[in-house]
Ligand binder design. Structure first.
Ligand code: URA
Ligand code: SF4
Length: 207
């Protein structure tokens, strides 16, 4: 049975998790990837943002949300009045999953499967245990699947604060779209404004 659990230091702070993550063999995604991409930001943040998985640029740099979607997210946080240096950002899956037609060809993002979400979940659980944010923002369907299950729907439930029982006690969650969906939207301005509006719900909650 695959899973990251045996590589996750028990009760470790984020820095210990980050140091251990490169050894993870919890699923097969480590092998074609360049490196593990762990989290970034403040480990004492009141708000955590959870994405899907690193993209091509994140995989090369080893830092989450530094590619096109990440730049859009940073701008959206600014516009929503969220101090982006004060948040914690991470992903549901820590290795880039992609397909590639051949050596040197462009690497095309592939959505992680349930098996990858489940395998990688012990890292996310351990991070959130240490950071213990007051609000966890799920960016898109993969983060929602990883943290809230299949009962929550991004487009139906976005922009609402949800309370959920976690291993840390009752905690708040907010669902919004993934920033990459804004980049693909026909009405990009409208999609961006809706993302900012959702993030503002979080900013107001913590104000
Ligand atoms: N998309 C994500 O979900 N995470 C990243 O780190 C980059 C792009
Ligand atoms: Fe481990 Fe997650 Fe990478 Fe799979 S994706 S090898 S579980 S860190």
């Amino acid at each position: 049975r695959p899973g990251a659990q045996e590589w996750v230091p028990e009760d470790g702070p984020v820095e210990a998790l980050r140091a251990a993550a490169p050894q993870c063999r919890g699923c097969e995604l480590w092998e074609p990837a360049t490196q593990v991409v762990f989290s970034a930001g403040s480990t004492s943040a009141r708000m955590a943002l959870v994405g899907e998985q690193p993209g091509d640029e994140e995989d090369r740099k080893g830092v989450p949300f530094v590619g096109p979607a990440g730049r859009l997210l940073q701008r959206a946080l600014d516009d929503a009045g969220v101090d982006r240096t004060a948040v914690y950002v991470t992903n549901a899956v820590k290795h880039f999953r992609f397909t590639q037609a051949g050596p040197g060809k462009r690497r095309i993002h592939a959505t992680p499967d349930r098996v990858h979400l489940e395998a990688c979940k012990p890292w996310l659980t351990a991070e959130l245990r240490d950071v213990d944010p007051e609000l966890t923002v799920c960016l898109g369907a993969t983060a929602v699947r990883a943290l809230l299950g299949t009962q929550v729907r991004v487009l139906r439930d976005r922009g609402q604060v949800l309370e959920r029982e976690t291993s840390r006690g009752e905690r708040r969650f907010l669902v919004t779209v993934h920033p990459s969906s804004v980049l693909r939207a026909d009405d990009r301005d409208g999609a961006y404004a809706a993302l900012v509006a959702d993030l503002r719900v979080g900013a107001d909650l913590l104000a």
